[in-house]
Design a protein around this ligand. Sequence first.
Ligand code: ZN
Length: 304
Amino acid sequence: MAYGIGILIAERFAVAAVSEHAISGSLHVYPEDASKTDVLQGVPVEKIVSTALEQVQQLQLTETPTYLGVGIPGIVRNGVIEDSPNLVQLKGAKMQALMTEAFTPVFGTLSISIFNDADVMAAGIAATRGHLDQLIRVWTLGNGIGFGLYPYREGIWEAGHSVVTLDPKEQYCGCGGRGHLEGIMGNRAMRLRFMDMEPDEVFREAQAGDSRCMDFVKLWHRALAAATASSIHMAGPGKFFMTGFNASFLNLTLLNEYLHDMVKLSPLQGYSLEIVPGGEAVAAVGAAVNAAQAAERSSLAVAG
Ligand SMILES: [Zn+2]
């Protein structure tokens, strides 16, 4: 399982050939202009699949790929996108079957697997930072709040929608649920809360001593600490990574302080928090790493 392809379909397309947990050649993105962040809004799934194929055909492949992994936002199970609040047209799409249908005539038999985008980010961070042998969890802080796990397993962990407050006025989450982490931390939610200010201005004004902004910045950190504490209480301590374009707003000292107040059982205190760059290249590597592991599992199942 040495050579495969990783694809991230999120704000735009990012594709790469991956060999030995690293990109072979270079990452290819479409469209190249990173400021166009909503190019996939409303695009039919068949068009998304054919565009993914076109982008992969532009890679300079040095070998025949044997596996292909796709990371995409939403609840993904058994190759089907069960829901995708940010790309609503994908709800119910049989992504694995559609990708197989499109790619097989061009590449022959490929083992194709579909994953949640935060899970491929977790796999990419594990692969590029030497943590493939342990549980890692990742928060992606962007328009929405993603939560990814590595190693991959079947199941649901929509921890961006963790309930972190019982205040019924907290209703800015993109899913419509009350009291959710994303409703406090998500970029879209912050813009809804502060109609007169962009998120970066809110954090700047907090630095400058504005009390409304200072209170919000505390709430923002306390919310992430609460969701992280819940994850620790449910699945144990370990490494948590934070990435995404709003990770730069994080104050790790403050976050650790709140978390310390929330996790008191001594066997659970061996956790660590780290901010990492992440990005499309890391996610593409993660998609391929997860796909390689899935291909290995299914060949073992066949052999067994
Ligand atoms: Zn929600």
